[in-house]
Design a protein around this ligand. Structure first.
Ligand code: RIB
Ligand code: CA
Length: 310
């Protein structure tokens, strides 16, 4: 049984990714640690509670850092809605967040499940960076880290054209993680763009009368309208869902490249950029396994399964 800790900034695609993990019987999600990102921490914590409630699980939701290491933070409310869940007017969750901070929860989970914990980061890396500053030995107890973030070929998705949102939201945090975590897996925005899901297929799955599909129908409407108008009229690009498919089924990665990747902290257009040593000129050891091609049918099977899960 894989023990999984999910650091997240829900967010519509985070929601789908988390439902995918909940739907996998081979995975025990040990908790959600929440970051500020797509929208403010108040909203992302409330949305994480809603997800746990939707799945009927008794899981701790740990509020994390409310801001990046160096503000000001950007916002993705124009995509995900002011509340991060499509401004769908969902009821307040009955559950309450844990009093244990996300950073402490990451450190505690790594101690409790030393050697058998997988950590996936679906939002800005602020919580993980602070955990690493408190305990630099953390990576020795977490055999697998998967990060959704970056744009290895420079096609970002923020106003800083080279930066992807999660890395661009807190470049200092990402720099700490890329420097201090010896080796991890990266599912980036380029891979996301290469593995879109046709809207007509996704809309069919969303008609399922299951708690997860009902929630996703409600919260995805605003995001789908924005994506159709501004990014693609035919495909939905679900970054966190793609990353979660790789977490749940590593064999879906059909092509990957091991390279040294760093994070740029400066430049009007390059702050938050993931800089890849493609020709190995720095002589620095590869710290990142970059997923380049992922089994599309396997990815879609995971998404469909999560939406149709009772
Ligand atoms: O760039 C995509 C990432 O930014 C996803 O994790 C999305 O949820 C937003 O956080
Ligand atoms: Ca996210």
């Amino acid at each position: 049984m894989t023990k999984l800790l999910i650091d997240t900034d829900p967010g519509v695609d985070d929601a789908l990714a988390i439902l995918m993990a909940f739907a996998d019987p081979a995975v025990e999600v040990v908790g959600l640690t929440v970051a500020a990102g797509n929208v403010g921490l108040h909203h992302t914590v409330r949305n994480a509670l809603r997800l746990v409630e939707t799945a009927g699980l008794d899981l701790p939701v740990h509020p994390g850092c409310p801001a990046p290491i160096l503000p000001p933070p950007p916002s993705a409310a124009f995509v995900h809605g002011e509340d991060g869940f499509g401004d769908a007017g969902l009821p307040e969750p009955a559950r309450r967040a844990s009093s244990v901070h996300a950073v402490d929860a990451i450190l505690e989970a790594a101690r409790r499940h030393a050697g058998e914990l997988t950590l996936v980061c679906l939002g800005p890396l602020t919580n993980l960076a602070v955990a690493l500053m408190i305990d630099p030995t953390l990576p020795s107890r977490v055999p697998r880290l998967v990060v959704m973030g970056g744009a290895v070929d420079g096609r970002g998705n923020t106003e800083r054209i080279k930066a992807e949102f999660n890395i661009g939201f807190d470049p200092e945090a990402a720099d700490i993680v890329f420097r201090r975590w010896p080796h991890f897996e990266l599912v980036d925005w380029e891979a996301t763009l290469a593995h879109g899901i046709p809207f007509d297929r996704l809309d069919d799955w969303l008609t399922a009368e299951t708690p997860g599909a009902r929630l996703m129908r409600a919260i995805a409407e605003k995001r789908h309208a924005w994506v159709r108008a501004h990014r693609s009229a035919t495909h939905s690009h679900l970054a966190d869902a793609l990353a979660m498919a790789v977490v749940l089924e590593p064999a879906l990665v059909a092509e990957a490249e091991e390279r040294h990747v760093s994070v740029s902290l400066v430049g009007e257009h390059t702050r938050g950029m993931t800089v890849v040593d493609w020709t190995c000129r720095t002589g620095l050891a590869a710290n990142v396994r970059i997923a380049r091609r992922i089994d599309q049918a396997g990815f879609e099977r995971r998404v469909e399964g999560a939406l149709r899960a009772g």
